[in-house]
Design a protein around this ligand. Sequence first.
Ligand code: HEM
Length: 352
Amino acid sequence: MKIRFRFIPLLALAILALLFAMWAGLLRLGWRIPSIPNLALAHGPLMVSGFLGVLIPLERAVAIRKKWMYASPIAAGVGWVSLLFAPTAGAILMTFGSVVALLILLVMVRREPVVHTITMAIGVLSWMIGNILWTLGFPIAQLVHWWIGFFILTIGGERLELSRVLRPTRQQTRIFSGLVVALLGGAILAMFNDNGGARLSGAATLALALWFLKNDLAARNIHHPNPLTRYIAYCLFLGFIWLGIGGALQLIFGAGYAGPIYDAMLHTIFVGFVISMIFGHSPIIFPAILGVPINYYPSFYIHFALLHASLLLRVAADLTNQVELRRVGGLLNEVAIVLFLAMTVYSVVKHK
Ligand code: HEM
């Protein structure tokens, strides 16, 4: 198989956003390192709409092969670069990227109107609403439930698609749909009553994590004879556990605005769930975009173990208010991500 070089610039733009976002993350943790204007405040949007807002629509556009669809990752990519120099223009471009991403999902729903495509479409709608509110100047702490919904429903929809063999019963599908409504209800409520909204969103997140732990293939595949399937299952399983912990923290503490509890509530989900899912899905995502398979190496467990151990350290430090340990935990989260990137590149190049 040959590498599809034409998608490398957009993939590189997504990875570059991740690197800038991690730089900004270190600044937000209090590491004294050089900075550029607007960078620290851009951390959340760079991660959500710069990195994943390019990567996720790019994967869809490559799969469906309609030229107009590339407008989504291109706008989000140009948007995150603009954000560092002209924040308003950057926010508008990234929001435009999410509008086009919603159109892509609507095409998918029209072709195949089933639970998983509808779930992913609601996920992108959630991202778009979050982006519009952010462009209008709402504080991130208030709208972040929309961005969380983007990830839970995009990844959740993808899991529903991939584990179709399990075929949730009608009753389980009804429960799932009710929880999605509750999740969105929480994001809406947070616009008027931040504590009530965060608690509703947290309860729905916790229940969705339990739903996936019960119904997803992940828990069963932990004992699978194929080592890659087993590795993916561990990533998914721990991802759902972190999602549940994030939901429980929101349920217990209510709304956060800044500081250690806010950090724990967000990153149990953003790092524990989202990044772990990326580790697990990378053998599917990257080959889909680049056209080459990713070989499995037992050393994948190094970045996997480091990510989860360092997040445990970070969250424990957050909950006990130990600033230094939190700083180290956050830094090690990033080391795990950089190791993962290096391992993925090695796997692709080695194959070639
Ligand atoms: C990988 C290592 C990461 C580090 C070191 C990091 C660090 C931070 C820090 C220190 C904060 C501020 C928390 C506070 O107020 O005390 C923050 C906020 C935030 N992070 Fe991260 N983060 C990381 C990963 C991620 C990821 C993967 C995402 C999304 C996918 C993300 C999205 C956000 C968002 C949306 C906020 C809120 C921003 C705001 O309120 O302005 N972070 N992060």
